[in-house]
Design a protein around this ligand. Sequence first.
Ligand SMILES: Nc1nc2c(ncn2[C@@H]2O[C@H](COP(=O)(O)OP(=O)(O)OP(=O)(O)O)[C@@H](O)[C@H]2O)c(=O)[nH]1
Ligand SMILES: [Mg+2]
Ligand SMILES: [Zn+2]
Length: 350
Amino acid sequence: MNTLTKLGWNNDWQEKAGSSDLTPARIITEYKNLYKIQTDTSIYLAEVTGKFRHQATVREDFPAVGDWVMVSTPSGEGHAMIQRILERTSKFSRKAAGDLTNEQIVAANIDIAFLVMSLNHDFNLRRLERYLIAAWESGANPVVVLSKADLCDNSDEKAEEAASAAMGVPVLVTSAYNGTGLDELNSHIDEGMTVAVMGSSGVGKSSIINALIGENKMLVNDIREDDSKGKHTTTHRELIMLPDKGVIIDTPGMRELQLWESDSRITHGFQDVEALAEHCQFRDCQHETEPGCAIRQAIEDGELEQERYHSYVKLQKELAYIERKTDMREQLLEKKKWKKISQLQKSHYK
Ligand SMILES: Nc1nc2c(ncn2[C@@H]2O[C@H](COP(=O)(O)OP(=O)(O)OP(=O)(O)O)[C@@H](O)[C@H]2O)c(=O)[nH]1
Ligand SMILES: [Mg+2]
Ligand SMILES: [Zn+2]
């Protein structure tokens, strides 16, 4: 099998690329304004062309790890120029620090997201719900990975709790230290698939990747004492080829995968709550004081956890907030567009 196919290149990508003199490549690592890319034959450092930069209006227009790009490789330079990005099939994004209306792509073209949560300090069902929603939002299929099973003596119990929050998403109990669950983890990866490993800092993402590839390729800080705090060991995202099949992307731990766009898929994580709400007497029930409220009844009857309902409400609020932000961004872009047009018109009528 050639390198490109191993990286996940297939007929769909070929179709998107069309017939072209340019070379297809995948973004392996992203530095500041510079990318490491892999073509069928080599690894290059690459940057976007001036034209590309000029046409890009927002951050998501720029390449991200996992993107398929079409590049030119000026001979003898060991350096490639990125001409265009092939349309993404999925993307993990978060709000960019300091620029709340601009989307930062964490990883693109992900088939599966391993959502890692450690069985000791990090275990938090509400966070898991948020991760799951972010995964559904991205277009990737989530797999919940409970790590550090060797540090936990009630991992079955915790796996059950996680499974009830994850509703149908596979939940695996693993340990990079003693190998628990790694074969099962591996069995979720198919030929040509791209996996992203996400989760808080210190939960053992890089350790899992090292265990899967069978060598200590990714840096793991073994002397850190409290894995729930401290510095990030992995500092940039990187796409790594797995030895037998698929590719995997290591990401630096994020405090929280932040939600971005609202979408109908968002409610997947709370189907039970939504289903209950359909039985409220009033269509626009706010589940506060209205008579015949199925949600309040369910909480009273112990069928719905108060806390779960709260996270649902919190999520709705957050979505409304994000929607407003997105509107703002669109307005800004619209303004920019009109400014350009009016400038063009001015120069035209000079
Ligand atoms: N006991 C135990 N410790 C583990 C396991 N996996 C990882 N660790 C330890 O947990 C710490 C963090 O592991 P990393 O793999 O660096 O975690 P990470 O999620 O990649 O962290 P960031 O790169 O900062 O996001 C290290 O000290 C590891 O040795 C495990 O299965 N069992
Ligand atoms: Mg790491
Ligand atoms: Zn109600």
